[in-house]
Design a protein around this ligand. Structure first.
Ligand code: 5AD
Ligand code: SF4
Length: 482
């Protein structure tokens, strides 16, 4: 995988490249219109997104391009004329799920021979996966890597005009500004501030499939933030694999704006919205960022700071470049600067060589920080990453048993942490109607915990105040306060 480390990562795509794609989208739209396929008769697109928020954000761009081509979104895969699967490669499970869904497109294509199936995202950015789709999945019309989202119109145009199946493996990762968006939620929004990752944690496939770090220009970020706010966004999450590196690639002397400046600038925009961000790397999380969080009233009092392991030996083997002591000192500084902060983390269990003692150190870290919530994962070897070659792979049953112990401890901690909300009133953005009880609404306050309460569906998309009356480790429940 070393060869991938030299992948070219230019900064910005020339604007003409994007314009050419938008022109191709227009040709497709006119072609559909000439066939009477507009309005309620427009062809339908369906996107299935696996993985992280960055993929969600990419899917909204893909959706925007679909709309420019004259497609309309459907939530019913069976009815679609264009199915896009945006894949993830972070763990084997995500790849298996995507492959099984792609497999199920076969019977849809049998019923609708005009169906186009396109596969993008991190899984197919690995050449062996794209080759597999080319060889064994003949009903896949095209694949495109994470640097080729903007090429969707020419891929569709080629397929619609009877061109050969295409498998784009460009290895070039440049920022495409000016792509349209088809947002999936009116009130929640993703806003990428940078792409790629330079960290090469030894277990992680991301730097291999998303290229090196590259930052968007501040003016482009602010213009998009204003557009999102005007379009009704009330909860905006600034995205990057390591937001703390923002700007380092934009100036030769590193003296330009950093992520704390981005936070402050977005928070200073007019409008009633809440700002979140993810993800921070503990080796780069700065006091400037903590201060920005403390100072910005629109910033959610929440910090997602993945520790991955509490053991220094494992952190070193993971190539994380910090110690547990450094991490704890960051946590202390955050809690001092923002006393009501909610802290969350990612944890990997069963990394190669993890001993019982190493695992105990992770449990100790949970007790020290008292996370509101963790996202925990059993280590999954990713071909091409150094950790996959390490000796002492931990047997699956050992990892699974540790995983259960980790969750049991975190559930106790989460319940204890949630107690602080009992009888308190939280400002909550109403996100939707509960999936299990149509009389209940669901939303979120500053902490990431879902809040459930009875209410009128007309409140969806608005900020309300909810008095918390019951808690579980996973949710807060209460009633509306006027
Ligand atoms: N196995 C398990 N979890 C992983 N993550 C990244 N790579 C792997 C892997 N190979 C987890 C990390 C990261 C989160 C997004 O996914 O915890 O922070
Ligand atoms: Fe993966 Fe590490 Fe980069 Fe996060 S910081 S995307 S875990 S390599």
């Amino acid at each position: 995988m070393e060869a991938n480390n030299t992948k070219k990562t230019g900064a910005f795509l020339p604007p003409e490249t994007v314009q050419n794609q938008l022109a191709a989208a227009d040709r497709i739209r006119l072609r559909f219109a000439a066939e009477g396929k507009t309005g309620t008769d427009a062809p339908l697109y369906y996107i299935l997104t696996f993985g992280c928020q960055q993929n969600e954000a990419d899917s909204e761009r893909l959706g925007g391009l679909c709309v420019s081509m004259g497609y309309r979104r459907t939530e019913d895969m069976e009815k679609a004329d264009l199915i896009l699967v945006n894949t993830c490669a972070i763990r084997e499970h995500a790849e298996k799920k995507a492959l099984s869904i792609i497999g199920s497109c076969k019977h849809i294509r049998e019923k609708n021979p005009g169906l186009l199936v396109g596969v993008g995202g991190c899984m197919v950015t690995q050449k062996h996966r794209a080759d597999k789709l080319k060889g064994s999945y003949p009903y896949v019309s095209f694949t495109f890597d994470t640097g080729a989202v903007h090429l969707l119109p020419s891929l569709v145009e080629n397929a619609l005009t009877g061109g050969k199946r295409q498998f784009i493996h460009s290895d070039v990762f440049e920022i495409a500004e000016g792509l349209p968006l088809d947002r999936t939620s009116k009130h929640m929004a993703w806003l990428s501030v940078m792409y790629g990752c330079n960290n090469f944690c030894s277990y992680c496939i991301v730097p291999h499939v998303r290229g090196r770090e590259r930052s968007r220009r501040m003016e482009d970020i602010l213009a998009e933030a204003k557009m999102l706010i005007a379009d009704g966004a009330k909860d905006i999450t600034l995205l990057g694999q390591n937001v703390n590196s923002y700007g380092k690639d934009l100036t030769s002397d590193g003296e330009g704006a950093d992520f704390a400046d981005v936070m402050r600038a977005v928070c200073a925009l007019d409008g009633d919205f809440r700002l979140r961000f993810m993800t921070s790397h503990p080796k780069d999380a700065s006091d400037r960022l903590i201060a920005a969080l403390a100072d910005c009233p629109k910033a959610a009092r929440h910090f997602h700071l993945p520790v991955q392991s509490g053991s220094d030996e494992i952190l070193c083997r993971m190539n994380r470049k910090y110690t547990s002591a450094h991490y704890k000192s960051l946590i202390d500084r955050m809690k001092a600067a923002v006393p009501d902060i909610s802290i969350t983390s990612d944890i990997i269990v069963g990394f190669p060589g993890e001993t019982e003692e190493d695992f105990e150190a992770t449990l100790d870290m949970l007790r020290y920080v008292e996370y509101d919530m963790i996202f925990s994962f059993i280590y999954s070897p990713r071909p091409g990453t150094p950790a996959a070659e390490m000796e002492d792979q931990v047997p699956h049953e050992v990892s699974t048993a540790r995983f259960e112990r980790l969750l049991a401890l975190q559930n106790e901690i989460s319940l204890r942490r949630n107690e602080r909300f009992l009888d308190k009133t939280l400002r909550v953005l109403v996100e939707g109607i509960s999936k299990t009880d149509s009389a209940m609404l669901t939303g979120r306050g500053d902490p990431v915990r879902p809040v459930h309460f009875p209410g009128d569906p007309a409140l969806v998309g608005q900020f309300v105040h909810v008095k918390i009356e019951r808690i579980t480790p996973f949710t807060l429940e209460g009633t509306l306060v006027n």
